[in-house]
Write a protein that binds this ligand. Sequence first.
Ligand code: PLP
Length: 264
Amino acid sequence: MRPVVLCFSGLDPSGGAGLQADIEAIGQSGAHAAIACTAVTIQSSQQVFGFEACAAALVKAQATAVLDDLPVKAIKSGMLGTTDNITMLTQLFAEQIISTDTPFVLDPVLVANSGGSLGDEKTLVSAFRQLLPYATLITPNTHELRALSGEQDLHSGAKKLCAQGAHAVLVKTSHDFDSGDIEQYLYIEGEMVHKSTLPRLEGEFHGSGCSLASFIAGRLAMGDDLIDAVKSADSWITQTLRAADDPHPEDAQAQLIPNRFIHS
Ligand code: PLP
Protein backbone atom coordinates (compact mmCIF):
# COMPACT_ATOMS: atom_id res chain seq x y z
CA MET A 1 0.00 0.00 0.00
CA ARG A 2 1.03 3.60 -0.48
CA PRO A 3 2.79 5.04 2.58
CA VAL A 4 0.32 6.72 4.92
CA VAL A 5 0.46 10.20 6.44
CA LEU A 6 -1.65 10.51 9.57
CA CYS A 7 -2.93 14.09 9.82
CA PHE A 8 -4.36 15.81 12.87
CA SER A 9 -6.48 18.55 11.33
CA GLY A 10 -9.77 20.39 11.35
CA LEU A 11 -12.67 20.38 8.92
CA ASP A 12 -13.08 23.51 6.81
CA PRO A 13 -16.49 23.23 5.09
CA SER A 14 -15.34 25.43 2.20
CA GLY A 15 -12.82 22.74 1.23
CA GLY A 16 -9.98 25.23 0.85
CA ALA A 17 -7.99 24.49 3.99
CA GLY A 18 -7.83 21.95 6.80
CA LEU A 19 -8.30 18.26 6.33
CA GLN A 20 -9.54 18.50 2.74
CA ALA A 21 -6.37 20.39 1.78
CA ASP A 22 -4.36 17.68 3.55
CA ILE A 23 -6.12 14.82 1.77
CA GLU A 24 -5.72 16.42 -1.65
CA ALA A 25 -2.09 17.50 -1.17
CA ILE A 26 -1.00 14.15 0.25
CA GLY A 27 -2.78 12.31 -2.55
CA GLN A 28 -0.87 14.41 -5.07
CA SER A 29 2.44 13.70 -3.29
CA GLY A 30 1.96 9.98 -3.95
CA ALA A 31 1.05 9.02 -0.38
CA HIS A 32 -2.29 8.20 1.26
CA ALA A 33 -3.85 10.55 3.84
CA ALA A 34 -5.56 9.31 7.02
CA ILE A 35 -7.24 11.89 9.25
CA ALA A 36 -7.80 12.30 12.98
CA CYS A 37 -10.29 15.18 12.99
CA THR A 38 -9.45 17.75 15.67
CA ALA A 39 -12.20 20.31 15.15
CA VAL A 40 -15.18 21.24 13.04
CA THR A 41 -14.92 24.84 11.90
CA ILE A 42 -17.74 27.00 10.61
CA GLN A 43 -16.30 29.03 7.79
CA SER A 44 -16.58 30.12 4.19
CA SER A 45 -13.62 30.51 1.88
CA GLN A 46 -13.45 34.13 3.10
CA GLN A 47 -14.19 34.10 6.82
CA VAL A 48 -14.18 32.02 10.00
CA PHE A 49 -17.48 32.17 11.92
CA GLY A 50 -16.50 29.80 14.71
CA PHE A 51 -15.40 26.28 15.54
CA GLU A 52 -15.97 23.43 17.92
CA ALA A 53 -12.88 21.45 18.89
CA CYS A 54 -13.08 17.67 19.30
CA ALA A 55 -12.30 16.26 22.75
CA ALA A 56 -8.72 14.98 23.04
CA ALA A 57 -9.95 11.44 23.84
CA LEU A 58 -11.97 11.39 20.61
CA VAL A 59 -8.99 12.59 18.56
CA LYS A 60 -6.72 10.02 20.22
CA ALA A 61 -9.21 7.22 19.53
CA GLN A 62 -9.27 8.15 15.82
CA ALA A 63 -5.47 8.28 15.67
CA THR A 64 -4.90 4.95 17.43
CA ALA A 65 -7.43 3.21 15.18
CA VAL A 66 -5.30 4.32 12.20
CA LEU A 67 -1.94 3.62 13.88
CA ASP A 68 -3.05 0.05 14.73
CA ASP A 69 -4.14 -0.58 11.16
CA LEU A 70 -2.19 1.31 8.50
CA PRO A 71 1.52 1.74 7.61
CA VAL A 72 1.89 5.28 8.95
CA LYS A 73 5.15 6.71 7.58
CA ALA A 74 4.70 10.38 8.53
CA ILE A 75 2.60 12.58 10.78
CA LYS A 76 1.24 16.04 9.96
CA SER A 77 -0.57 18.34 12.34
CA GLY A 78 -2.53 21.44 11.41
CA MET A 79 -5.30 23.02 13.46
CA LEU A 80 -5.26 21.35 16.91
CA GLY A 81 -7.64 23.91 18.39
CA THR A 82 -7.02 23.29 22.11
CA THR A 83 -4.10 22.83 24.46
CA ASP A 84 -5.61 19.43 25.39
CA ASN A 85 -5.20 18.27 21.80
CA ILE A 86 -1.60 19.53 21.71
CA THR A 87 -0.83 17.73 24.97
CA MET A 88 -2.49 14.55 23.71
CA LEU A 89 -0.37 14.56 20.51
CA THR A 90 2.77 15.23 22.59
CA GLN A 91 1.92 12.20 24.75
CA LEU A 92 1.46 9.97 21.69
CA PHE A 93 5.11 10.70 20.85
CA ALA A 94 6.38 10.66 24.45
CA GLU A 95 4.76 7.25 25.06
CA GLN A 96 6.07 5.95 21.69
CA ILE A 97 2.50 5.23 20.53
CA ILE A 98 3.82 7.17 17.55
CA SER A 99 7.47 6.20 17.08
CA THR A 100 9.72 9.22 17.50
CA ASP A 101 11.51 8.05 14.31
CA THR A 102 8.40 8.96 12.32
CA PRO A 103 8.86 12.21 10.35
CA PHE A 104 6.50 14.83 11.79
CA VAL A 105 5.53 18.06 10.02
CA LEU A 106 4.07 20.52 12.51
CA ASP A 107 2.04 23.37 11.00
CA PRO A 108 1.41 25.47 14.12
CA VAL A 109 -2.00 26.85 13.10
CA LEU A 110 -3.17 29.78 15.20
CA VAL A 111 -5.28 31.88 12.84
CA ALA A 112 -6.73 31.45 9.35
CA ASN A 113 -5.31 33.46 6.46
CA SER A 114 -8.51 35.54 6.67
CA GLY A 115 -7.46 36.51 10.21
CA GLY A 116 -10.13 34.40 11.93
CA SER A 117 -9.13 32.74 15.21
CA LEU A 118 -8.70 28.96 15.23
CA GLY A 119 -7.96 28.73 18.95
CA ASP A 120 -6.83 30.77 21.93
CA GLU A 121 -3.52 32.09 20.65
CA LYS A 122 -1.82 32.67 23.98
CA THR A 123 -2.44 29.21 25.42
CA LEU A 124 -1.78 27.45 22.12
CA VAL A 125 1.58 29.21 21.75
CA SER A 126 2.82 27.99 25.11
CA ALA A 127 1.41 24.47 24.57
CA PHE A 128 3.12 24.14 21.16
CA ARG A 129 6.51 24.41 22.90
CA GLN A 130 6.11 20.89 24.35
CA LEU A 131 5.53 19.50 20.85
CA LEU A 132 8.58 21.15 19.23
CA PRO A 133 11.12 18.45 20.23
CA TYR A 134 9.15 15.88 18.20
CA ALA A 135 8.91 18.02 15.07
CA THR A 136 11.05 17.05 12.08
CA LEU A 137 9.89 20.28 10.47
CA ILE A 138 7.77 23.18 11.64
CA THR A 139 6.11 25.35 8.99
CA PRO A 140 4.94 28.57 10.66
CA ASN A 141 3.76 31.57 8.69
CA THR A 142 5.44 34.81 9.72
CA HIS A 143 2.76 35.63 12.30
CA GLU A 144 3.06 32.16 13.88
CA LEU A 145 6.86 32.27 13.82
CA ARG A 146 6.92 35.59 15.66
CA ALA A 147 4.26 34.47 18.14
CA LEU A 148 6.02 31.17 18.90
CA SER A 149 9.57 32.48 19.09
CA GLY A 150 8.94 35.94 20.53
CA GLU A 151 11.41 37.27 17.91
CA GLN A 152 10.57 39.85 15.26
CA ASP A 153 13.44 38.89 13.00
CA LEU A 154 12.54 35.77 11.03
CA HIS A 155 16.06 34.32 11.07
CA SER A 156 16.40 34.77 14.83
CA GLY A 157 12.94 33.25 15.23
CA ALA A 158 13.85 30.17 13.19
CA LYS A 159 17.07 29.65 15.14
CA LYS A 160 15.18 30.00 18.40
CA LEU A 161 12.61 27.33 17.45
CA CYS A 162 15.52 25.00 16.58
CA ALA A 163 17.09 25.79 19.96
CA GLN A 164 13.75 24.91 21.57
CA GLY A 165 13.88 21.45 20.01
CA ALA A 166 12.46 21.58 16.47
CA HIS A 167 14.77 19.72 14.07
CA ALA A 168 14.02 22.10 11.19
CA VAL A 169 12.04 25.25 10.47
CA LEU A 170 10.72 26.40 7.10
CA VAL A 171 10.27 30.16 7.01
CA LYS A 172 8.24 31.89 4.30
CA THR A 173 7.81 35.63 4.02
CA SER A 174 4.44 35.23 2.30
CA HIS A 175 2.53 37.01 5.09
CA ASP A 176 4.84 40.04 5.09
CA PHE A 177 2.76 41.87 2.52
CA ASP A 178 5.17 44.73 1.99
CA SER A 179 7.88 42.42 0.72
CA GLY A 180 8.34 41.60 -2.98
CA ASP A 181 8.96 38.01 -4.05
CA ILE A 182 8.42 35.39 -1.38
CA GLU A 183 11.65 34.34 0.25
CA GLN A 184 11.84 30.96 1.81
CA TYR A 185 14.53 29.66 4.17
CA LEU A 186 15.01 26.17 5.52
CA TYR A 187 16.87 25.99 8.81
CA ILE A 188 18.06 22.60 10.05
CA GLU A 189 19.45 22.48 13.58
CA GLY A 190 19.89 26.23 13.59
CA GLU A 191 21.76 26.48 10.26
CA MET A 192 20.26 27.78 7.03
CA VAL A 193 20.66 24.90 4.57
CA HIS A 194 18.43 26.00 1.70
CA LYS A 195 17.11 29.29 0.41
CA SER A 196 14.71 29.89 -2.45
CA THR A 197 12.71 32.70 -3.98
CA LEU A 198 9.16 32.04 -5.07
CA PRO A 199 7.12 34.38 -7.24
CA ARG A 200 4.50 36.35 -5.30
CA LEU A 201 1.28 35.58 -7.14
CA GLU A 202 -1.55 38.04 -7.14
CA GLY A 203 -4.25 37.43 -4.54
CA GLU A 204 -4.55 35.72 -1.20
CA PHE A 205 -5.03 32.02 -0.85
CA HIS A 206 -7.10 29.97 1.53
CA GLY A 207 -5.35 26.76 2.52
CA SER A 208 -1.93 27.34 0.96
CA GLY A 209 -0.08 26.71 4.25
CA CYS A 210 -1.95 23.46 4.92
CA SER A 211 -1.29 22.27 1.38
CA LEU A 212 2.44 23.02 1.48
CA ALA A 213 2.99 21.34 4.87
CA SER A 214 0.97 18.28 3.84
CA PHE A 215 2.74 17.85 0.52
CA ILE A 216 6.08 17.93 2.35
CA ALA A 217 4.79 15.32 4.83
CA GLY A 218 3.66 13.19 1.88
CA ARG A 219 7.07 13.36 0.21
CA LEU A 220 8.80 12.51 3.52
CA ALA A 221 6.50 9.47 3.82
CA MET A 222 7.54 8.54 0.26
CA GLY A 223 11.20 8.55 1.36
CA ASP A 224 12.48 11.97 0.19
CA ASP A 225 14.98 13.74 2.38
CA LEU A 226 13.87 17.04 3.85
CA ILE A 227 15.50 19.34 1.31
CA ASP A 228 14.13 17.36 -1.66
CA ALA A 229 10.68 17.25 -0.06
CA VAL A 230 10.70 21.04 0.36
CA LYS A 231 11.91 21.62 -3.20
CA SER A 232 9.24 19.42 -4.74
CA ALA A 233 6.56 20.98 -2.53
CA ASP A 234 7.66 24.45 -3.70
CA SER A 235 7.19 23.66 -7.33
CA TRP A 236 3.90 21.83 -6.71
CA ILE A 237 2.37 24.60 -4.55
CA THR A 238 3.27 27.25 -7.13
CA GLN A 239 1.31 25.31 -9.75
CA THR A 240 -1.71 24.90 -7.45
CA LEU A 241 -1.76 28.64 -6.75
CA ARG A 242 -1.39 29.57 -10.43
CA ALA A 243 -4.40 27.33 -11.15
CA ALA A 244 -6.40 28.54 -8.09
CA ASP A 245 -10.17 28.94 -8.26
CA ASP A 246 -11.60 32.39 -7.64
CA PRO A 247 -15.04 32.10 -5.99
CA HIS A 248 -15.67 35.87 -6.15
CA PRO A 249 -14.09 37.34 -9.30
CA GLU A 250 -15.96 40.60 -8.67
CA ASP A 251 -14.10 41.11 -5.36
CA ALA A 252 -10.35 41.75 -5.69
CA GLN A 253 -9.86 41.05 -1.94
CA ALA A 254 -11.48 37.61 -2.04
CA GLN A 255 -9.34 34.61 -1.11
CA LEU A 256 -8.67 32.05 -3.81
CA ILE A 257 -8.78 28.29 -3.36
CA PRO A 258 -5.68 26.40 -4.53
CA ASN A 259 -6.42 23.88 -7.26
CA ARG A 260 -4.60 20.85 -5.94
CA PHE A 261 -5.65 18.51 -8.75
CA ILE A 262 -2.57 19.11 -10.82
CA HIS A 263 0.36 16.75 -11.30
CA SER A 264 3.82 17.68 -10.11
N1 PLP B 1 -6.87 24.34 9.40
C1 PLP B 1 -8.15 24.69 9.30
C2 PLP B 1 -9.23 23.74 9.74
C3 PLP B 1 -8.47 25.91 8.77
O1 PLP B 1 -9.75 26.23 8.66
C4 PLP B 1 -7.44 26.81 8.36
C5 PLP B 1 -7.76 28.11 7.77
O2 PLP B 1 -8.83 28.48 7.48
C6 PLP B 1 -6.13 26.42 8.48
C7 PLP B 1 -5.89 25.17 9.01
C8 PLP B 1 -4.98 27.28 8.04
O3 PLP B 1 -5.09 27.55 6.70
P1 PLP B 1 -3.92 28.20 5.81
O4 PLP B 1 -3.30 27.07 5.06
O5 PLP B 1 -4.66 29.12 4.91
O6 PLP B 1 -2.97 28.84 6.75
